[in-house]
Design a protein. Structure first.
Length: 124
C-alpha cells in the first residue's frame, strides 16, 4: 500500500475537518452521538472553526461545547456534521476500541455530555 508524505497527510486532514465549517444554517458544526438505530442521544457543538491546522497528519478540535441536556440512550455511533447538518464523517462510539471513547456510552436523559478532546488523523 502506498504511503503519503506529511504534507499530503496535512492537506487531507485539513480538507476533511474544514468541511465541518461549511454551511450557513447554524453557527457551528456538531458531533451527533446516535444509538445503533440512528436516534440522537446527544449533540455537542464545535467551535468555528472546528479544528486547527493539522500537524503530522493530525488535526485537533478547538473547544467543543457540552450538551447539557442530552436526549439520552445508548450511543454506539457518531456523525460529525457541518453547519447545515450535512454528514462529513461517521464513526463509532463506546468505552474502548472505538473512534470516540466515552467513560460510559449509556447516557441518561438530561445528562451533561462532555468531550475533552477530539482529533482527526489522515491515513499515512
Amino acid at each position: 500500500m502506498p504511503t503519503h508524505s506529511t504534507a499530503v497527510r496535512n492537506g487531507v486532514a485539513d480538507f476533511v475537518v474544514d468541511q465541518l465549517d461549511l454551511g450557513t444554517t447554524n453557527a457551528t458544526g456538531a458531533i451527533v452521538l446516535n444509538t445503533a438505530g440512528d436516534v440522537e442521544v446527544a449533540t455537542l457543538l464545535f467551535s468555528n472553526p472546528a479544528f486547527g491546522a493539522s500537524a503530522a497528519g493530525v488535526a485537533t478540535a478547538a473547544a467543543i461545547a457540552d450538551d447539557t441536556s442530552a436526549t439520552g440512550g445508548t450511543t454506539t455511533k457518531c456523525q460529525l456534521v457541518d453547519r447545515d447538518g450535512t454528514v462529513v464523517v461517521e464513526g463509532t462510539v463506546g468505552t474502548s476500541g472505538t473512534d470516540i471513547i466515552l467513560s460510559t456510552n449509556v447516557i441518561p436523559v438530561g445528562a451533561t455530555v462532555e468531550l475533552t478532546a477530539l482529533t482527526y488523523t489522515a491515513p499515512a
